[in-house]
Design a protein around this ligand. Sequence first.
Ligand SMILES: O=C(O)CCC(=O)C(=O)O
Ligand SMILES: [Fe+2]
Length: 339
Amino acid sequence: MTTVPIIDLEAALAAEPGSPELATVRAAAEQVGVVQVTNHGVAAEVIDNFHRPVDRILALPRAVKERLASPTGHPYRGWRQWPDDYGRLELERFSFGQYDDPAEASAAGVPAEYHPLFAHANVWPAQEPGLRAAADAYRAAFVGVARRVLGLYARAIGVDVAVFPWTGPEYTSLVVNDYPTWTRPDPGTDEEKLLLLEHADNSVLTVLHQEGDYAGLQAQGPDGGWSSVPVVPGALQVFSGSLLSNWTNGRLAAGRHRVVAGGTVTRRSAAVFVHPSLDTVVEPLPEFVGDGEPDFDPHHVGRAALGSVEDYLQVFGRPEQVAAYREGRPYVAAVEEPV
Ligand SMILES: O=C(O)CCC(=O)C(=O)O
Ligand SMILES: [Fe+2]
């Protein structure tokens, strides 16, 4: 078994209990929390229709892209660059909230107490009028993959998927990650080219599409070592998040991952982070706790979401960024000119 298996989703969902396919899925889900899926049912056009306009936006001159930053300084809306401590570009992102405004959230059935989550507008570049519909289709398709993968994991560990109280509408976010290339001397080691540090997502499942010429995404195995996730055209990458680990009282691993890129290699990824509905309290399910004590505290999806920007700014926010957010104006980080 490879650490991050490539699973034919359709075939695995039809596999008999006890089959080698399900044994592979089970090992990956319990020990790593990262898989790739093929034959996942998402049409190639749904992926391309989102990625191609994003390519064109990210190829615009920086002075044009600066105008696509969140007008209110929200770290998870619109275009953004992240410099490292030396001012060198590490990561460029374009982020989309689930709804454009509180009225749209309300129409989708989101309770009023969560409307503040959608008070900061999305940025829809006028250059790409089709992006909004393409992003909606991409998000919806990837939520569908997340649900099917949960069904697969349930089968692989022999529980009914109905034990997971995953109700909709799912709370989701959509993030494009673009890693820079550079011509300065290449430090050579992975540790010195870590552009996204190791972490597990706080979703139930995250579904990603990666593109590029280098397998820079790495997943952590049970021995602590890192394995590259090869770039397989058409495949999607699925990370188990901390909420899946919580529900299963640790039986299923939250996939720890990181990204090595930079230098001459290219990498682009676009992830949909999938959570159950905002009023869900995630806590270890009786099926996984047995007679013992749960190992995880209850996690209220909506409350955590409401606090997430403050949590983020407290840990990572630069003073000018925090000031811009407080004052409701755009923030564009200073970055060193590429060399
Ligand atoms: O670029 C990637 O493949 C990883 C992105 C990621 O881990 C994240 O956005 O949480
Ligand atoms: Fe991640």
